[in-house]
Design a protein around this ligand. Sequence first.
Ligand SMILES: NC(=O)C[C@H](N)C(=O)O
Length: 333
Amino acid sequence: QVAVTKPQVVVLATGGTIAGAGAAATNSASYQAAKVPVDKLIAGVPELADVAQVRGEQVFQIASESFTNEKLVQLGKRVSQLVRDPAVNGIVITHGTDTLEETAFFLNLVIRSDKPVVVVGSMRPGTAMSADGMLNLYNAVVVAADPASRGKGVLVAMSDEIHSGRDVAKRINIKTSAFGSQWGPLGMSVEGKTFWFRLPAKRHTVNSEFDIESIETLPEVAIVYGYGNMTTELYDAALRSGAKAVVNAGTGNGSVPNYAVEKLKSVRAQGVQVIRSSRVADGFVIRNAEQPDDKYDWVVAHDLNPQKAKILAAVALTRGVSSQDLQRIFWEY
Ligand SMILES: NC(=O)C[C@H](N)C(=O)O
């Protein structure tokens, strides 16, 4: 009998609700995130051994709202190291769901490998009734172990769906079906198998011009939320914070109130990039509509939500790009 070696999958644990614990089985929303260590998470799903040779590494133990740029860079460098190990077939990252879409997009931009990198979280702690973490983790390992997942960019496995790390966003915070993609999921995982329906059209991972190996820090990028009767002093605060770019999470098509235009022009005049994005959940900003972006030398975020636009701007600005180049990057990634 020939011994069949299973694919090697490394689970990098960072905390979140998937590692959370509550006082009672009825506590689906009140619990402490980032409590359960990675080995216990893996041991909790013995079926993982049918899919892959799985080993865990505890990178952080935090709720994802506490992720910082330093932690993003540290995690990215560890992923990059592991994917260059010929013995490793795929990576799973367990992560809190609050900023999961930011980390997944960041890795999608800077990991230069076609090996599957899959980010996963849960909406209920493992101690709750109908906890979703076990199946999500199982599905994530299935996706990471499957050669069919290669070359599709960083993926997110949540609630049986496989999403592109670029498109996916947390859309509701009280349901297990919390994540969705504006342009639909790429596929599904069902009973240990993956099913694919579409591919990402934007540049990612192996085709990216960015590489975590040459990134040591990320510049500050601030988001200013647009609303009726908004306080334009928020832009001043962004400048004081040392931001190299300001993402305007504008109303509608990234619109800017008439009383805020001069302020934003002065932000740009001080060498800070201005990126028009939309506060609409599935927003899509058209260049030179609402505001004359060519004239003001502003950039539009295309279909990226403000927090994704922040990630792309931070990665692009590690290179000190011009506003024209920044706009090209926003069309291409
Ligand atoms: N569902 C979760 O994971 C929420 C938690 N606050 C986190 O992002 O870590």
